[in-house]
Design a protein around this ligand. Sequence first.
Ligand code: CMC
Length: 394
Amino acid sequence: SPCGEIAHGLEDVLIKTTSISDIDGERGILWYRGYRIEDLARNSTYEEVAYLLLYGKLPTRGELDEFTSRLAKNRDLNPATVEVLKNLAYAHPMFAAEAAIATEGAFDDDNRKLSESLRTGKYGDEEKALAYRIAEKLVAKMATIVAYHYRLSRGLEPVRPREDLPHAANFLYLMFGKMPERLAVRGLDLYLILHADHEVPASTLAAQVVASTLSDLYSSIAAAVAALKGPLHGGANEAVVRTYLEIGDPSRAKSIVEAATKPGGPKLMGVGHRVYKAYDPRARILKDFARDYMTKYGDRDNLFAIAVAIEQEVLSLPYFRQRRLYPNVDFWSGIVLYYLGIPYEYYTPLFAVSRVVGWVAHILEYWDNNRIFRPRACYVGPHDLKYVPINERA
Ligand code: CMC
């Protein structure tokens, strides 16, 4: 090209330094703030991980209790947001989430105050405290938004959040209106832990691009939700389960996988990753949980068996091996959510319920050294064309 090297899709472009999360794509390792994802999955809760990502260290017991209680107190939505959700009850929940987050932001006084300070170039300790307060509200409210949309879409009355329940249990309670079963809470908590951050994928970049203009935190998160919605990003988990259900039986796995290897064929959802060139460590943890769950409750609609059959094909066919395409987190996450009784249009919204903490952590990190994102494009069209009046054009 006349432009030299183009970083198509910004592949491998470094946009900042970070100490939030790190991925070793070659070896398939993920760390949050230096801790291995396996350790966090085994030992912590979503609240603890959210604290770690936001504040940079594991909380003490007292810090965690206070953080948990602040999240619980921030769960309620503005009545205007509930109205928006009612109006969008029959829209895809990702549209509703975009609109609901923007609505919360429009009516949050802290957000208005922070935006005014930022506009005048003030971002000191007081403003940072305000930003963290908003960050916690976003984490708390995203869960309510998604659960409320579910209820409204089914013609059910939303139930009030329960301050005494942890994040994952409260979410299931809000969705289904009854106390969730222990293993279901564990499954959702695991899902939330594993999706909480992942360096700078498209949605996290989108959040920071918007935040870099000193727009506001809620608008930045609405942009991230919009980016997550796409099937090449967060939307893949929904597509994965739809595909498995269509396959219906493990014996039909092979033909679906082979179709994805044909030139111009459909991509196999839940496989491949821009950064991981190895088995996604999050996928492994969710696979183990799915196995435990189905051992106890049975393999609903054969999903585990179908996934195992697809995985075997993917791991053995030269097409995937040569391109180093392995199952990614979505390959197994959809199955876990399916077992928990969550309808598949809520899988991507649940991704947002978890990832919102990563998005705000990255925005706050970026704001410590803010510079507006403004890349360039290499123009390859003509210049100085002669303007022809409209009635003289051929
Ligand atoms: N099925 C079949 N072929 C694939 C797949 C797939 N899932 N993924 C990549 N390839 C092929 C691709 O066609 C290309 O082949 P060739 O070299 O012959 O042209 C080669 O592998 C390299 O792929 P790429 O398109 O350059 O890879 P990318 O880094 O641009 O895309 C991806 C990464 C995740 C968008 C892609 O692998 C994909 O579309 N996967 C399916 C969707 C999916 O599961 N997304 C979830 C990602 S993980 C969670 C998240 O980020 O939200």
